[in-house]
Design a protein around this ligand. Structure first.
Ligand SMILES: Cc1cc2nc3c(=O)[nH]c(=O)nc-3n(C[C@H](O)[C@H](O)[C@H](O)COP(=O)(O)O)c2cc1C
Length: 439
């Protein structure tokens, strides 16, 4: 980033995203439906001056889904409550473009943006779980290319709706009786492949213009959507080299779309396992591994293949040939898992364990984890990190690693601006009609 500072977001996921994480001693097993828990964690993150909190979401479960997925709060409702208890931190909600209509999505996000006074963000996803279709009046999930084409149009419509009102459209003059300037209200009149939306939207823009757009596409179509629309882009790169390859690629694609690549923030999602010493952190890592039985690990593996049932295979035989299963769900991740299993000749058991609790650069003493963060940042592999808590503890990162990064001048002392968009350092979202009239 131009200011030389890391961006830090926190993934708040109740009892933790993986299916064993709820059993850890420090976890409140009701955390995924406990709004006080989210409010407390958000306030804690804001005290630490983190850029945002991030709420993931999916819209289909089976009895095999992990506890956090089985029973959790809907992101926009949750963040509406959190907004009232915070004042500076960004609030990012996951909403799918595959089944939700653009008009209510635009309206709900704009509402969160006004309620929070310019702090809303939208994680744009395309829902790679087969069963989600039949929760939303569709027989089948669309294939990944069609889902991304639909997402691209969806986002265009939402952005168009957000500009319905120019920022100075409301006059509200009781004496003259003029409530608004008609020349500053705009219908969209969109008619595309997937959506028909006239507009205008019945809510104005916040002071950050548009909510900040997040995207984590990793396939070709996903990377294009990220490059075209994402202010902040994120992924789970396994190595610094993979992170750099991804960031460079998305920046190049963004430049080809006429965007300023320096305004695109790429963040790696990671779980830090931090302790006073490297040995202590290793012990924590081993402890975490012991929590995960083969049955849990293989269930978790199945999630990335649209809840595929791997228990039908011999755990100690080579990773099974499952054809194109996974190709239309989280394909980049499922392809990666298949490739590693093949290249390293892993059994199913080894594959499940490997991906249940990955060994990453972010396990060790606070100094070592801070060094890893600094290395990834200085080598241009990331602009920052999204810190999760499925394996590690977010508080450990905030208490032990962040102060070191701050001392090294790599993290802010305080929020610099009022809005999420400005603090994150992404492009301004000027109203298209105001721009067109040259104002
Ligand atoms: C850290 C992280 C969090 C994600 N959160 C969600 C989520 O909440 N809901 C969802 O449907 N997809 C989520 N995804 C999946 C991405 O939107 C995307 O589908 C995935 O990275 C694979 O890219 P692809 O769809 O281009 O293959 C997440 C991905 C990452 C890396």
């Amino acid at each position: 980033m131009r200011d030389g500072k890391l961006r830090i977001g926190l993934i708040l996921d109740g009892v933790g995203g993986s299916n064993w994480s709820w059993r850890r001693p420090h976890i409140n097993p009701r955390a995924s439906v406990d709004i006080q828990n989210y409010i407390r964690e958000a306030k804690r993150a804001e005290e630490a001056k983190a850029d945002f909190i991030f709420i993931a979401d999916t819209i289909h479960i089976t009895p095999e889904s992990s506890p956090h997925f089985l029973n959790r709060l809907e992101p926009l409702t949750l963040l509406g409550a959190v907004a009232a208890h915070t004042s500076r931190i960004g609030l990012v909600a996951t909403i799918t473009t595959s089944y939700m209509e653009p008009f209510p999505v635009a309206r709900q996000l704009a509402s969160l943006d006004l309620i929070s006074d310019g702090r809303a963000g939208w994680n744009i996803v395309t829902s790679g779980l087969e069963g989600a279709a039949r929760n939303h009046s569709h027989e089948k999930m669309m294939n990944i290319e069609d889902r991304y084409r639909k997402a691209t149009e969806h986002v265009e419509v939402v952005k168009g709706l957000w500009d319905s009102w120019e920022d100075d459209a409301f006059i509200r003059d009781k004496v003259s009786g003029v409530f608004f300037d008609r020349s500053k209200l705009h219908a969209l009149n969109h008619k595309g492949e997937f959506f028909l939306v006239d507009g205008p939207l019945n809510i104005a823009r916040s002071r950050q213009g548009h909510p900040v757009l997040f995207q984590a596409g990793a396939s070709g179509g996903g990377r294009d959507l990220a490059a075209m629309t994402g202010d902040a882009i994120f992924g789970i790169p396994k190595t610094i080299e993979a992170a750099k390859e991804y960031y460079d690629d998305v920046r190049q694609r963004a430049a080809a779309y006429g965007r300023d690549p320096d305004k695109i923030v790429f963040m790696a999602a990671m779980d830090a396992i931090v302790a006073e010493t490297d040995e202590e952190a290793e012990r924590k890592y081993q402890e975490a591994c012991e929590f995960v039985s083969y049955e849990e690990a293989v269930k978790w593996l199945g999630f990335f293949f649209s809840s595929y049932d791997f228990t039908q295979y011999d755990p100690d035989a080579p990773f099974p040939d499952i054809g194109d299963v996974g190709n239309h769900s989280y394909s980049s991740l499922s392809d990666y898992i298949k490739r590693i299993a093949r290249e390293e000749k892993l059994t199913l058991r080894q594959t499940a364990k490997r991906f249940a609790i990955p060994r990453t650069d972010f396990i060790g003493s606070a100094e070592k984890v801070a060094d890893a963060c600094e290395r990834w940042f200085r080598q241009g592999a990331v602009a920052g990190f999204m810190v999760g808590s499925s394996v590690g503890k977010v508080d450990d990162f905030l208490d032990m690693v962040l102060p070191i990064l701050r001392k090294r001048g790599l993290f802010r002392e305080d929020y610099e601006y009022e809005t999420f968009r400005e603090n994150l350092g992404v492009s301004a979202a000027l109203n298209r009609y105001t721009l067109a009239r040259g104002a």
